[in-house]
Design a protein around this ligand. Sequence first.
Ligand code: ADP
Ligand code: MG
Length: 431
Amino acid sequence: QEILLQLKEEITEVEYNRYIKQLDYDSKKSTSDLAVYYAPNTLVCNWIKNKYTSKLEHLFEVKTSNNVTVKITLKDSFDKRKTKKKEEKPTSKSLLNPSHTFDNFMVGGSNQFAYSAVKSVSEKAGEVYNPLFIYGGVGLGKTHLMQAAGNVFQDQGKSVIYTTVEQFLNDFIRHVRNQTMDRFQEKYRKCDVLLIDDIQFLSNKDTIQEEFFHTFEALKGAGKQIILTADKHPKKIGGLEKRLQSRFEWGLVADIQPPELTTKIAIIEKKSEINKVKLSKDIINYIATVIESNVREIEGILSKLHAYSQLMHVDIDLDFTKNVLKDQMQEKTANLTLDNITKFVAKDLNIKPSEITSKGRAKNLVYARRISIYLCRELTQNTMPQLAQYFGMKDHTAISHTIKKINSLIENDEDFKVKIDELTNKLTTNV
Ligand code: ADP
Ligand code: MG
């Protein structure tokens, strides 16, 4: 409750009263590294989950110096999952989203291959593709599919660990600090199924790669199933040990492509049914054509449509939808500022934002700076002189020189073009 009140300070009163106030804390189910809150319905649940989970986790971390996972859920689904499990193993980090099931996943040409691969793994753990490596862009359903398999395994009574590279790393650091590495190893090497999300974040982190390598070897040796996801093919993840890269390709590598129009329509229909939002055919078609590919964005729009229509006591018609979507698009471009783009590029390339705007001449800094300048020029309305000032360059000719250079790289270097497309995509589709 205290944490919720702290959150109140950071958000508007309306937001607090409409959403956060409806949360119920469950002190029985919560532990020192898990906080469980119940939401009254799916809509509020999804809305809070998407918007406030990381804020809440941050507040917990500040308050308790623990790495706390915040779980927002519906009371029923939490209880159901708990009672289904046969033996209680330490699972705070393995909590899977119960609505990430195969049934809720719409299959089309774009994701058929990945879907079939995960499905067959879920039917024959450790026997068919091990590891199974899924890769594809943001919001295309990688986590959903991986957890769908996890839910199947969990229902069979297997011990499943679901974690992101980031959580794995934090957990590792905590155990090193507490000198309990034996417990860490026990936990990750004794599970039946290990699901690790967003493997690309292993890039350039040598210590955790080493640890992960041994975990991998132990599990694989014992015939335990491993499923991994990343935003790109293992070959394209830079800063990854050769031995890991080759192991990632041992089983099967499957890609997910952006959904085609028909799949998008099926997804919207499914999501509106799950969230009990009634939408007519023309509205569904409209959303499907406006949203390029990111399915998470589709969910955001459905929640927004529902919330707005309730708040304003109006039906969701096409005009109303258009307005809400316009709003959403503006919000998205409002996030594209020079600072945000620079920060994003810095994070992606593992350097500090201040190094990008510094005068440093190291090769990787110059590379990052050029990319940032190019993206800022493409994605914001800033003029060349403004960019020159921001990036500490002499004048606008230095900027136009950089942009020419990048353009010719894009034309001549396929890998570089892929990188630029990927960054542009992420910057413009992340909600
Ligand atoms: P990723 O991990 O690839 O970034 P997620 O798995 O988190 O993407 O998917 C984002 C959201 O979109 C999730 O809520 C997921 O349920 C939904 N989603 C993605 N693809 C599909 C699909 N084919 N059918 C139904 N829902 C989907
Ligand atoms: Mg994901």
